[in-house]
Write a new protein. Structure first.
Length: 435
């Protein structure tokens, strides 16, 4: 039978100083617990998540996975035991993980499960650069795990040990829940520690072994500073993968990627670019400096920026140009079309080869509802034009600069909608003050 996993996520995360449950804080645009769930889904056939009381946002975030509520926060061992009604009869192995350890890879979890085949209980361990307040892994003469000692309970000699507990364990389900039911709370915090199952396992003559993994995967996140460190680690990994896939980054450390950013081959990214969720960039696209993209698709050969913003629902067709200080929202910019300067295009369909002059605005919101603007292929919209939606501008139509367009413009027509200029000779400025 495939192994199962318990993810402990009931902690209050008081060091985060946040009303948001700790495990919902994002990494690369995704709640940290979702990173862990994604890795678990590649290894475990069933996942049960232990949450605390009054955490509806967390329950919603992990749905439709099985959830159990730990009504009293009495420690990690007590939390894991709450999953017994779901997994107590499971015939395979069960791993226990922590929602605030989001960077564990599927490969490391597979190594954990594989090691369990020759041991009664397996745990993950690391050798961090700064062992700090991690629990220490004490080994016996056979290099098997003798016990875990929490920092608060450790002697000076034990605190000098470099091998640290990452909190993840794996054991047969029936053994695990029997051990959890037998542990006590005779420790400095008066809590039921998950790590005390090691004593139970060794008392039954079971081998307990540690699988070492990199600190970058196993570090816990308990504060905003640790969240920032984890974000930096995720960003390094995402950038490396993007460049390995054929994207060029002129200044990689200034590019912020999202967990689901898709970059094609020969994409050129200039410095200081931000990708939000759900962005696809096809081959040969250039994104210039200080651009912000989220929820959009940029097709082959397009050029974006500098200082451009693409908001959700935007599609930039092949070889189109979105220039400096241009913002698009729920807009399709057709193949070869150009909006090069200082424009807002919202809820619009812009045909292939159209040219959008500087200062053009689609007036899409009337205070109650959003309305669509349609601009035909090859149309030319003069600078400083306001298109009051709903409105259509036909193919190859020309809209004069400075116009306010409220009525549809037919194909091949010229539209002028502005006051006639009047010149009054001798009526210039006659003030006596400084100019």
């Amino acid at each position: 039978m495939s192994p199962a996993a318990i993810i402990l996520a009931a902690g209050l995360g008081t060091r985060m100083r946040s009303n948001l449950p700790k495990v919902l804080h994002p990494l690369a645009g995704r709640p940290m617990i979702q990173h862990l769930i994604g890795a678990c889904e590649a290894v475990f056939g069933r996942i049960v998540i232990v949450v605390g009381p009054d955490m509806p946002a967390l329950e919603d975030a992990v749905a439709p996975r099985e959830v159990v509520v730990q009504r009293e926060r009495l420690g990690t061992g007590h939390a894991a035991l709450q999953a017994a009604p779901f997994l107590g009869g499971h015939q395979g192995d069960v791993a226990v993980l922590y929602g605030d350890n989001p960077l564990i890879s599927a490969a490391t979890l597979q190594a954990l499960v594989a090691a369990r085949q020759s041991a009664g209980l397996v745990l993950l361990a690391m050798r961090p650069a700064d062992a700090a307040r991690y629990g220490r892994v004490v080994l016996d003469a056979k290099s098997e795990v003798a016990r875990i000692v929490e920092w608060a309970d450790a002697t000076a000699e034990e605190r000098a040990i470099g091998l640290c507990n990452a909190g993840v364990i794996c054991a047969p389900a029936q053994d695990l829940f029997r051990w959890l039911g037998a542990i006590g709370n005779n420790n400095a915090k008066g809590e039921y520690y998950l790590t005390d199952v090691i004593q139970q396992a060794r008392a039954e003559g079971k081998r307990v072994v540690a699988v070492e993994a990199p600190e970058a995967e196993l570090r816990g996140i308990n504060s905003r500073a640790e969240l920032a460190q984890a974000e930096a680690e995720v960003q390094r990994s995402l950038r490396a993968a993007a460049m390995a896939g054929g994207a060029t980054m002129l200044s990689p450390e200034t590019v912020h990627l999202c967990h689901d950013t898709k970059l094609g081959a020969d994409v050129l990214l200039e410095p200081h670019i931000f990708f939000g969720p759900d962005v696809t960039v096809e081959n040969g696209v250039t994104i210039r400096a200080f651009s912000h993209l989220e929820g959009c698709v940029v097709k082959q050969g397009a050029v974006i920026g500098p200082y451009a913003r693409l908001r959700p629902g935007s599609i930039i067709e092949t070889h189109a140009h979105v220039g400096n200080f241009v913002e698009l929202k729920a807009t399709t910019l057709g193949a070869g079309a150009k909006a090069n300067h200082l424009s807002y295009l919202g809820d619009a369909m812009i045909g292939a080869g159209a040219n959008i002059g500087a200062g053009t605005i689609t007036c899409n919101y009337d205070g109650v509802a959003k309305h669509r603007t349609e601009i035909g292929e090859g149309a030319f919209i003069g600078s400083d034009t306001a298109l009051v939606a709903p409105v259509k501008v036909g193919k190859r139509a020309l809209v004069a600069a400075g116009s306010v367009i409220t009525d549809d413009v037919p194909d091949d027509a010229l539209a002028i909608a502005r006051g006639r200029q009047a010149v009054k000779p001798g009526r210039g400025f006659k003030g006596k003050g400084k100019r």
